[in-house]
Ligand binder design. Structure first.
Ligand SMILES: *Cc1c(COP(=O)(O)O)cnc(C)c1O
Length: 380
């Protein structure tokens, strides 16, 4: 068998069990195929329990959830919004789509997340100039919470809304508590590659009942309470379907096992590859437990004698999907004009960072193939 004929190992594919079928089957049997219904209600209620009873709205995607979060924070034309620069584009795109400007802020080394000291500096300067940002979007990257205590304190001090992008962090903790409930609102994603999936979907979470009630209205075309179709504001078609919420309920029931498996995969990589020169692992900050959504590491090419790209290209040749760490937003052509504060930390993580296959369904044999490939690149 030539190398390329080996079956592909994906970065983070869906991991589906039997319970999902039961809930989806119920939707078919009861003809709850149309949007909303008992699975949506059940999924929201079960999700709320994970979020200390916070209010939840199930939506069509994490990006839709963030769009609503920003709009409900009052973000509009001419506003500025602070966003982590080291993230996926969906953390920033809705800012621009609302007519606002992102102000990108660099990461801190110890968590790879938004640096609270830089955020404090930005808000102080902007307050001095009389134009505070409307919101701060803090991303919990690769399933590790940003340092929320200082971020909450800074945002409260200036009266700026804190929005948590917890798309990758379902099941993580910050000082023993779940992410998503520290700021004004938080968002989660159930895209196919996330910790749990509904094939596509998202959740908006907030301790503010009125905010979530308004989000539900905006997500269903903003209909007023009237028997006829009447609208006093414009909304979107952003609700999750009752069929897909059934997948979510089955997935959610197995969340602890999925997170435990991802953490175990990370530990196996670290044990087996940790002695190689120039290899360092994404640190776990002392304030919580990360989901290790993806196993991330950096390779120092001087010390290692090989680069991140050497490893990634060899993996691709052996039909293994590995990816560079997110390319920072301030380096993206589409954001060439955007302001960025700092940037050196995220740039170095992008140059040297690699994400390895980490799905909770990854088998021991598959992980062995990834490890062997990694070792082969270092020993040639
Ligand atoms: C996946 C992801 C999103 C977007 O979620 P979708 O459900 O795919 O729209 C937003 N932010 C981050 C950090 C993500 O990883």
């Amino acid at each position: 068998m030539t190398k390329s004929e080996e079956p592909r190992i994906y970065l983070s594919p869906p991991d589906i069990g039997e319970e999902e079928r039961r809930y989806v089957g119920e939707a078919f049997e009861t003809n709850w195929i149309a949007p909303l219904g008992p699975n949506v209600d059940g999924f929201e209620a079960e999700f709320s329990r994970l979020c200390e009873g916070a209010h939840c709205a199930a939506l069509s995607s994490g990006t839709a959830a963030l769009h609503l979060a920003l709009r409900l924070a009052g973000v509009g034309p001419g506003d500025e919004v602070v966003v982590s620069t080291l993230t996926f584009v969906a953390s920033a795109a809705p800012v621009v789509q609302l007519g606002a400007r992102p102000v990108f802020v660099d990461s801190e080394e110890r968590s790879w997340n938004l640096d609270p000291a830089l955020v404090a500096q930005v808000l102080e300067e902007k307050a001095g100039a009389g134009r505070l940002p409307r919101a701060v979007v803090a991303v919990h990257l690769y399933g590790q919470c940003a340092d929320l205590d200082p971020l909450v304190e800074i945002c409260d001090r200036y009266g700026v809304a804190l929005i948590e992008d917890a798309a990758e962090a379902l099941g993580a903790t910050y000082r023993g508590r779940p992410p998503g409930i520290f700021g004004q609102s938080g968002i989660f994603s159930f895209n196919g590659n996330k910790i749990i999936t509904t094939s596509g979907g998202g959740m908006l979470v907030s301790r503010d009942a009125e905010l979530i009630a308004h989000a539900r209205k905006l997500a269903t075309q903003a209909r007023d309470r009237a028997p006829h179709y009447q609208h006093s504001e414009l909304g979107y078609n952003y609700r999750m379907s009752n069929v897909l919420a059934g997948i979510g309920r089955g997935q959610l029931a197995n969340l602890p096992a999925k997170v435990a498996r991802r953490r175990e995969i990370f530990e196996t990589y670290r044990e087996r590859l940790g002695q190689l020169p120039g290899v360092e692992w994404m640190p776990e900050a002392p304030w919580g437990e990360a989901t290790r959504w993806l196993t991330c590491l950096t390779i120092d090419p001087e010390e290692a004698g090989v680069s991140r790209e050497d490893v990634r290209v060899e993996m691709e040749a052996r039909n293994i999907e590995a990816r560079p760490v997110w390319k920072p937003m301030h380096l993206q052509p589409v954001f060439a004009e955007a302001e960025c504060v700092g940037g050196g930390v995220s740039e170095r993580l992008f140059e040297r960072g690699l994400c390895l296959p980490s799905g909770s369904s990854l088998t021991t044999e598959e992980q062995e193939r990834v490890i062997r490939c990694f070792q082969d690149v270092f020993s040639r």
